[in-house]
Structure formats: structure tokens, C-alpha cells
Ligand binder design. Structure first.
Ligand code: CP
Length: 312
């Protein structure tokens, strides 16, 4: 069980075999996380820095917990409280940290490609915890584990990714992963929030009709409207967006079947998802968060050269 890469920069670089190894390893770590003592010694003597240049709740806590469950030494870095605010470059910052004998870097950055740049210049393994509008690979992996657990398979499963596709690293990583694993993917949203050539470039179907898309899919992965990444007005108002593309209880009740609802968080309740959908039996949002810890344990374990979690 060995990955074909020493970094996790994006799902784009992974083989279907890599994805299967990570998901299988995550399932084994889920079993570890059910034990009374949830800590294993796999990463003892490994030091990991969590470099967050952008805000995060789920990803940051999940990585820190995964690292601690694996007995790694953990350092947390917040850009706003660092010498970055005095003008220090990304490379200088990271090289200074690595000189203190840090082995692995988990990084979130608002610039697409920041972890790829770092990977060309430093010796440590890098895990991308979300870079700009490019990729969020561990989110796609935890989404895939959640779909596999709920539906029983990825191959042939019909997944709709709904909302702000244009600005979403979650959408891009999910599309790469789902297509590599044989799922069917449709992206759905207003034309202004769907990249023009996505159907040809990423081999997905495109729909502007929410009801039709929900009738088609087994799983609806609903995305947040990312106002912080939009530098122009791309729809008339949040209220109108919600009327056309928000998922309400009534919409789900009118479908001829049950579907699974996912969301990577944070949710804009009442915009892309109503509360009585987010908190309903259709929703697996909190299972996604739970699976994040096991998936991140698997990625850290495998990139550090680990082979068999059940040896722990
Ligand atoms: N899903 C996700 O990346 O959430 P955070 O921004 O809170 O980490």
C-alpha cells in the first residue's frame, strides 16, 4: 500500500489506485476511532506544521485532531499572528520553520498553486488543505468516503454538484475524484457561476435546472456561494439565488425518490440550503465532518511512509 506521490497537492495528480488506498486506509482508521483509546503511535517523532493563511474551522481542527490521534508533534501557524504581516515571503517563512526540523506541511492558502510552488522548493511532504479556487483534495476524499458509506459504491453513482461551481475548489476536486472512480457527475447552477468550457474540459454534464437535476441524482453536493471570491456581481441577489437554486424541504418532498444531501460547510442557511434540509434525514453533513478525521489520518499516515494501520 504505497501512494504514487510524496505530496497531496490535488486529486488531479492521484491515480484511481491512490484514491482506493486512501479510502481503504481511512476506513481502517474509522475503526481505530471507535476504540476507547483513539490514539495510535504511527507518527511518533514526526513533526507537522499546519500553515493556515486563510480562515478554516473544519479542515484545520480535523487535521490537528488527525495528527494528534497519530501521535505526531503538532505546530499551528496563523498568518495574521506571524511575521508574514511584516512582509516575510512564503518561501522564507516555510524555510525558517523547516530549519527547526519539521517533517510535513499542511497548508491552506488563498492563492491557487501556492502548495505546488512550495513543493518545488522545499524537501518536506506538503498536503494541500485548500488553495484558492483550485483544489481541496482532502474534502473530496472525505466526500467520497461519505458517499461510499451511504450509497455503497462510487462507480455509477449519480452525483450533482450544485451552486457556485466557478469559485469552488471543492467542486473541482470532487469532479476529478468522482470521474476517476467512475461516478456520473452533473454540475448545476446559474450560467454565470458555471465555467463556460467545463463540460468539455472536465467531462461533466451541465444543467441550469435544479428540479431536473435533483430528479436525476442520487446525491446532491450543495456548495456555498463564495462572495469573498467574487469580484463582480454574478447574480441579482441572494434572495433570487435562493429562490432559483436553494434546496428547500418542499423541493425534496416533491421528488419521486429520496436523495442524499451533502455540503462541505460552512453553510449559508436559507441561501443554498434551508435549515429543515440541512438538519433532515437526507443530510449527511455531520458524517462528512466525522469522516474528515479518518481521511486526514490516512493521508498523513500514507505520506509518511506508513503501510498498515491495523499494525497499530
Ligand atoms: N469544508 C471546509 O473546508 O471548511 P473550513 O473552511 O471550515 O475548513
Amino acid at each position: 500500500m504505497q501512494l504514487s506521490t510524496r505530496h497531496l497537492l490535488g486529486i488531479k495528480d492521484l491515480t484511481p489506485g491512490d484514491i482506493s488506498i486512501i479510502l481503504n486506509t481511512a476506513s481502517q482508521f474509522k475503526e481505530v476511532l471507535q476504540r476507547p483509546i483513539k490514539k495510535v503511535p504511527s507518527l511518533r517523532d514526526i513533526t507537522i506544521i499546519n500553515l493556515f493563511f486563510e480562515n478554516s474551522t473544519r479542515t484545520r481542527i480535523s487535521f490537528e485532531l488527525a495528527e494528534k490521534r497519530l501521535s505526531a508533534d503538532v505546530i499551528n501557524f496563523t498568518a495574521s499572528a506571524s511575521s508574514v504581516s511584516k512582509g516575510e515571503t512564503l518561501l522564507d517563512t516555510v524555510n525558517n520553520i523547516l530549519s527547526m526540523k519539521v517533517d510535513m506541511v499542511v497548508m491552506r492558502h488563498s492563492a491557487s498553486g501556492a502548495p505546488h510552488f512550495l513543493a518545488q522548493h522545499i524537501p518536506a511532504s506538503i498536503i494541500n488543505a485548500g488553495d484558492g479556487i483550485n483544489e481541496h483534495p482532502t474534502q473530496a476524499l472525505l466526500d467520497a468516503l461519505s458517499i461510499s458509506e451511504k450509497i455503497g459504491k462510487l462507480k455509477g453513482t449519480k452525483v450533482a454538484i450544485i451552486g457556485d461551481i466557478m469559485h469552488s475548489r471543492v467542486a473541482q476536486s470532487n469532479i476529478y475524484l468522482l470521474k476517476k472512480m467512475g461516478a456520473e457527475v452533473t454540475v448545476c447552477g446559474p450560467p454565470t457561476l458555471i465555467p463556460k468550457y467545463i463540460s468539455k474540459a472536465l467531462k461533466v454534464e451541465v444543467s441550469y435546472d435544479l428540479k431536473e437535476t435533483l430528479e436525476w441524482c442520487d446525491v446532491a453536493n450543495v456548495l456555498r456561494i463564495q462572495l469573498e471570491r467574487q469580484n463582480q456581481v454574478l447574480f441579482s441577489s441572494l434572495r433570487e439565488y435562493s429562490l432559483a437554486y436553494g434546496i428547500s424541504r418542499r423541493l425534496l418532498d416533491d421528488l419521486k425518490k429520496d436523495i442524499v444531501v451533502m455540503h462541505p460547510g460552512p453553510i449559508n442557511r436559507g441561501v443554498e440550503l434551508d435549515s429543515d434540509v440541512a438538519d433532515s434525514k437526507h443530510s449527511i453533513i455531520l458524517q462528512q465532518v466525522e469522516n474528515g478525521v479518518a481521511v486526514r489520518m490516512a493521508v498523513l499516515f500514507l505520506l509518511s511512509g506508513g503501510r498498515n494501520p491495523s499494525d497499530n
